[in-house]
Ligand binder design. Sequence first.
Ligand code: AMP
Length: 652
Amino acid sequence: MSGRVIGIDLGTLNSCVAAVENGRAVILSEDQRTTVPSCVAFKGDKELVGAGAKRYAVTNPENTVIAVKRVLGHPFDSDEVRAAAAVARYPIVSGPQGGVVLRVAGHELTPIDVSARVLAAVRELAEKALGEPATTAVISVPAHFNDLQRKSTKLAAEQAGIDVLRLINEPTAAAFAYGYKKGRDFMLAVYDLGGGTFDVTVMRARGDTFEVLATDGDSYLGGEDFDSAIAEWLKQEFERQHDSQIDGDDTALLRLKEAAEKAKVELAEVDSTRIELPYLAQLPDGGHIDFSTTLTREKATELVQPLIQRTLDLCSRCIDAAAVAPCELDDVLMVGGQSRMAAVQEGVADLFGCEPRRDINPDEVVAQGAALYAYSITADSLRASAEDAADDALGVALKQTDVARKLLDGVDERLDRTLGDESLQTLLDELLEATGHDDMAELTADPDADLPERAKKVREELLQLDYKMSELTEKVDSDSPDGLEAALQQISDQLSAAHSSSDRADGFLDEADQHASARKVELQDVTSLPLGIGTVGDALSILIDQNTPVPVEHRRMFTTNEDNQEEVEINVYQGRSRDASQNQLLGSFTLWGIGRAPRLTPKIEVAFVVDEDGILSVSASDAASGAEQSIRVRDPLGVQATQSQRRSRSKF
Ligand code: AMP
């Protein structure tokens, strides 16, 4: 690990990065901008990322990719990709192995490629702000991100030259930011309603252990659905006012959706807002229809109420799963841009029986939590590096101090003698030649003296030498040999160098102290969705259930369904439906070489392992034949799904 560790919130619309400075998580910014729009554009042969790309999006939507997180890790044949393709101004086509390719301005990009560019821009911002490399990060993902989405995020980070220390769930990061500075135990819920997804998490902190008790949510429920509900009303209003249909007019519908979002955000501040959309629809005779209407906060609230209720129902299910009563919670944190809506906050307050926390910045708290977690898990190694650096600087300081002392002593001793310039220079040269070994050895030999003790010794020694130097300087008069001033300058330079090495060592020691006092917190997260394999009759056989603490490993025996069945296809799913095929297919592989035997006889062991990033690997083996097969979907969705045949059928 080199440079600083950072925490990145890779958001759908905006990304944010933080680092820990003096024990506090600080949002890193450029030109006072604290977020990087998650946006990539192509302008001629120039590639723009972030704010520049977002500005360009207005005039060149067909060359600009926005909100790629919505399709990251989703197969081409999925509702998310269909929804994105319906509004994208560039073709979204099927990629290798069921993945997605975006055709933008002559470029073919996967969602991983686009996310990698955003992450690279975030990294660049961090490095500029910190003035040092920042290649190691904790990155947050929605709690409901499935395995493919998590893997895709990691791959994008790798492509951006970022070493991912850990993925952290967004609500967990928010809770971490909230609880890190608190010295006491607490229990809290995090309500995270972003642009595209909703997550709720109940977490408990006891001592230095932060434990997620339960998490729930809906990856199809977010601010965009609020926009759609309002846009639908606007459409009806238009049709009512003008007795004209705009169903097939994609551009008009898109403008209604944009107007809906703008109005929704404005209604956070005002009671009603005017929507003006000139030239919204074309008439067959070439004329046009303008549209304008007024939307009140009350009406907007009524339109989105069913969506708010869905989030509240999920909250109830989550607190039930966590087996806590709302009154046991110390706080409810609101995260995600859509949680700013007053009606959302009122609904949450009613359900939990307490006012949710509004004093946190939902755009920043996740990155802060990720940074604090990154710091918490690296503080020990940062302390060790700072101590090594202090040790090195002290070694240099000792050497320089030693040389300065010898020169001072030598010159002082022989000052009374009359020496010519040359002799004085010869004396200095002789002394320099002779210095640096014995006394140095004495000063550094004591391995038991701890670093602060050695640093103190050097400081004391330097004080004495400063004093001696000033005495010597006072002795200089008109009778002094001509070369003395130059000799003293040489000694003074040596002393200054020793001082600055000693100061550097002190700086590193302060840094080490700070890292030593960092709170080392253990984070225990859970799986957000059931994981299992498809069995006969399209049933999902769950191996690891929702809300299981990770990392975790579960094994289960399966068997064959037909006599002499020599191979079996294993389809790995993630999701809540009992029908396997209704869930997200994470990967498939075939275990072949099963020993021929009557149906229901072979014992095929399937093992699921979920690591602390929530990433799954699966293996299957037939004990009788020794056949074994595993899948590590390192490069999901068409980048490169790998299967490995580790051992084929045994001959015996
Ligand atoms: P996030 O994914 O957390 O960046 O959240 C983005 C969503 O928050 C979008 O749907 C925005 O329209 C919505 N949003 C942002 N600010 C507000 C606000 N003040 N009131 C209502 N919704 C907002």
